[in-house]
Design a protein around this ligand. Structure first.
Ligand SMILES: NC(=O)c1ccc[n+]([C@@H]2O[C@H](COP(=O)([O-])OP(=O)(O)OC[C@H]3O[C@@H](n4cnc5c(N)ncnc54)[C@H](O)[C@@H]3O)[C@@H](O)[C@H]2O)c1
Length: 357
């Protein structure tokens, strides 16, 4: 979070969430997957709130086993942030009070959930169960589960943009089932805990969050296109390239997630994303090529074996619910987000992308 781009994002998040965030005075937040893409931004946002808003700082406990996250977090010097190297599928022993819990650990990139299918299931399911038990024990004020837009599967086009009420079109045994079905069951487990024990559970279904902080070897589409493009290599588009997604910039998404975490809307589910620009993957690659501006080209390729087949053909969120109930409003359009992401990769990895200072 040391780049100027990320610092601007964190300032933007802290400003947008300030009215709700006062409630974090002196509180402790436990996050699983704190060294991942979203987790890292969450921690950056909490630090920014400590710097700019909270008189009594909040504390953060991050739990990560670094299966895909970066160990550099362990060098953290901030006294309010504690990083624990542990597997969330194992029972937790936390001695201190915990007020807020975020279950963000997971294998979010299709490349990695194909590589680690059982870990994907266990982290989502056993991780949720362990954290719900902790929420009960600590009498937590709020519990946020990271589900996914993948729970909708390959949607019937009549239901795109997809509302939270759409029940999904998902295979229980297909190549993506370890991810999709474990997220679906985690939602069920959370809702049952809410109904039986009154745990203040909220669920978010993120739709293709992107931006600064996604590791170059994450294998999701943004880092793949940008890092290959910056090196002058072709941007590989799977299949026909007409499959669509609607991307949401990280700073908007984190603001949305925090709005949900800090709300009193227990037992509710929210899509979090940006509904304004659903576009095909070839069109996305072309936009990137324009912004990278070094003559890199777009190439349509067969689906590689490392990528789980059967991908959804369309995806775009209906965000009416979170807009109306929590005042969420995405502010960064796709072109601006692409520019910011490219600038971040150059700033964060100057040697790798041969950036002249
Ligand atoms: N980024 C998105 O667009 C998106 C979309 C939908 C859902 N999600 C969900 O949001 C959450 C965060 O996504 P992300 O993009 O930050 O993912 P990420 O892969 O960048 O980070 C996940 C983190 O979880 C850690 N982790 C995995 N298994 C663990 C375990 N057993 N114990 C402890 N730590 C473990 C990893 O080491 C990594 O640091 C995930 O649950 C993901 O499924 C993300």
């Amino acid at each position: 979070m040391k780049t100027s781009i990320a610092r601007e994002d964190l300032a933007r998040i802290a400003q947008a969430i300030a009215p709700e965030a006062k409630t974090l005075e002196g509180k402790t937040i436990l996050i699983s997957g704190g060294s991942g893409f979203l987790g890292n931004y969450f921690i950056g946002a909490f630090k920014e709130l400590n710097k700019t808003l909270l008189k009594n700082p909040c504390r953060v406990i991050s739990i990560d086993n670094f299966i895909t996250g970066s160990r550099t977090a362990l060098d953290e010097k901030d006294p309010q942030i504690k990083h624990i190297e542990a597997d969330i599928t194992k029972p937790l022993n936390i001695d201190e009070p915990v007020d807020y819990i975020i279950h963000a650990a997971g294998l979010a990139s299709p490349f990695y959930y194909k590589k680690y299918p059982l870990e994907t299931i266990e982290t989502t399911i056993a991780g949720a169960k362990n954290l719900l038990d902790l929420a009960r024990k600590k009498n937590a004020k709020s519990f946020l589960l990271f589900s996914s837009s993948e729970i909708y599967g390959d949607p019937d086009p009549r239901f795109v943009p997809i509302p939270e009420t759409y029940k999904g079109h998902v295979s229980s045994i297909g190549p993506r089932a370890c991810y999709d079905e474990s997220k679906r069951l985690a939602e069920t487990i959370c809702m049952v805990h809410h109904q039986l024990y009154g745990i203040p559970v909220k669920i978010v279904r993120p739709f293709n969050i992107y931006g600064p902080g996604m590791k170059p070897d994450d294998y999701r589409v943004f880092p793949t296109f940008i890092t290959r493009g910056l090196l002058g290599n072709s941007l590989p588009v799977h299949g026909s390239g007409v499959q669509t997604r609607a991307f949401c910039y990280i700073a908007d998404a984190i603001t949305g997630f925090l709005k949900v975490l800090l709300s009193d809307k227990n037992g509710e589910i929210y899509n979090v994303g940006n509904d304004s620009e659903e576009l095909g993957m070839e069109a996305l690659a072309n936009l990137m090529v324009e912004e990278i501006g070094n003559g890199a080209v777009v190439q349509l390729i067969e689906y590689p074996d490392s990528y789980p087949a059967d991908e959804p053909q369309r995806r775009c969120p209906d965000i009416t619910k979170i807009r109306a109930q929590l005042g969420y409003k995405p502010t960064v359009n796709l072109r601006e987000g692409i520019k910011r992401s490219i600038a971040w990769y150059k700033e964060a990895f100057p040697e790798r992308f041969d950036v002249k200072k």
